[in-house]
Design a protein around this ligand. Structure first.
Ligand SMILES: Cc1cc2nc3c(=O)[nH]c(=O)nc-3n(C[C@H](O)[C@H](O)[C@H](O)COP(=O)(O)O)c2cc1C
Length: 385
């Protein structure tokens, strides 16, 4: 899909519709776009590349934009293979092209590629500029958003921020879907751990007059940029986006599930602002992570399993820990047939996270879910509201 970002900046990325799992772990029902751009000027700059499987289409897109000209610079903002896998082929095809990036990236590069690049490298540092003619590129480091070598590029004349993976989203460019939903799932699962580095990048961006954001995944953002930046402000500070309760449950034989669903019913009847509920065994784990961060309250409901917590819940909690889950209120429902332990263990794990308010009184279901359990759920709902 070739299109203009402006009269002189061209999109040469590729939509990947065949992919089932991004990073071999995230389901992407609407695929993913690997974005890349060409800036045409007295000097020509290619902004990043695409995944190896889309190389042929990308080379064709680049060739179509270049016509009979040759590119001068390849700007690499991030070494991850979905953007940089074709480096060796680019260097072979364009023998005069120079790679432009930062020292950290050049330090990591030999671990990915055995091609010699020393005499073809231009190392740039924070704030440094590179003139293409009428376009002026300015480079800003964005370490740990979400790799250490990441940098973004601001094109001064057309006020475009090439934002690397920041502001990215799952889904191909021709997918008609809500930005926030798939951008939030992308952010919390991929960048989520690195809120402070994302904040540092937002501070740098605040000093720039940005009219377009060109990320490495997802649509080119051209309007209402304060909406997208506002979402990143919330997400990167771990501030809950919406008032509501997310109930994440798992269940071996269906009783914990019944309790979780009954709690949802009670909360709704009591006027909870929003109740979302997911089965950790069946629903998309990445979406469960997203919902845990989206709402300000979380309920974990799980059976005791071999003296521990049912593994899919242990996995979910581990994901939350890895992504620096914080600043939420958390309540618990456990089940057990002879020695219920799940609530104690879940509480221990969640209490170790930052600024977590634990609802001390948990609900214990002993085997079957019974009418006599409803009162305890009512009381738990009262604590959550
Ligand atoms: C493999 C396995 C291990 C279990 N380990 C424990 C345990 O250590 N302690 C306990 O009290 N119950 C244990 N249970 C029983 C379940 O926690 C109990 O049956 C519970 O009611 C299941 O809830 P559910 O209907 O939501 O699946 C275990 C069950 C299974 C299948």
């Amino acid at each position: 899909m070739l299109k203009n970002v402006t009269d002189t900046v061209f999109y040469v990325g590729v939509d990947d519709k065949d992919i089932d799992l991004f990073e071999n772990q995230y389901i992407v029902p609407n695929g993913i776009a690997y974005n890349s751009y060409v800036i045409m000027d007295e000097k020509i700059a290619i902004m990043d590349m695409v995944d190896a499987k889309c190389a042929d289409q990308w080379f064709a897109n680049v060739a179509e934009v270049l016509g009979d000209r040759k590119p001068d610079y390849l700007i690499i903002s991030h070494l991850e293979p979905d953007h940089s896998a074709n480096l060796g082929d680019v260097l072979a095809k364009y023998p005069d092209i120079k790679i432009v990036s930062n020292a950290k990236l050049f330090g990591m590069l030999p671990n990915f590629f055995e091609v010699p690049v020393a005499d073809r490298s231009v190392t740039v540092a924070e704030g440094q500029t590179l003139s293409l003619g009428s376009h002026m590129l300015q480079f800003f480091m964005a370490p740990m958003v979400h790799w250490p070598e990441v940098m973004v590029t601001y094109e001064q004349s057309e006020k475009i921020l090439f934002s690397a993976d920041a502001f990215g989203k799952f889904g191909t460019l021709d997918t008609d879907e809500d930005w926030a939903c798939e951008a939030r799932r992308y952010y919390f699962n991929i960048v989520g751990k690195y809120g402070m580095p994302a904040q540092a990048l937002l501070k740098k961006a605040a000093g720039l007059d940005i009219q377009k954001i060109c990320a490495l995944h997802g649509p080119i953002l051209t309007e209402n940029l304060e909406y997208y930046i506002g979402k990143y402000q919330l997400w990167s500070t771990y501030t809950p986006e919406d008032e509501g309760i997310f109930i994440a449950y798992c269940s071996l034989h269906g009783n914990t599930e019944k309790a979780a669903k009954k709690l949802a019913e009670i909360l709704e009847a009591k006027g909870a602002p929003k109740v979302a509920i997911s089965d950790l065994s069946r629903d998309d784990m990445a979406e469960c992570i997203e919902d845990a961060f989206r709402y300000d309250r979380l309920v974990l409901a799980a059976p005791t399993y071999d003296g521990g917590v049912m593994p899919v819940m242990a996995d979910f909690i581990n994901h939350l820990k890895m992504k620096a889950y914080q600043k939420r209120k958390v309540a618990f429902i456990e089940n057990g047939s002879w020695a219920p332990m799940a609530a104690k263990l879940m509480k221990e794990q969640m209490s170790a996270m930052k600024d977590i308010e634990i609802v001390d009184e948990h609900v214990t279901i002993r085997s079957a879910f019974k009418q006599s359990d409803v009162a305890a759920l009512e009381a738990l709902a009262g604590k959550l509201l």
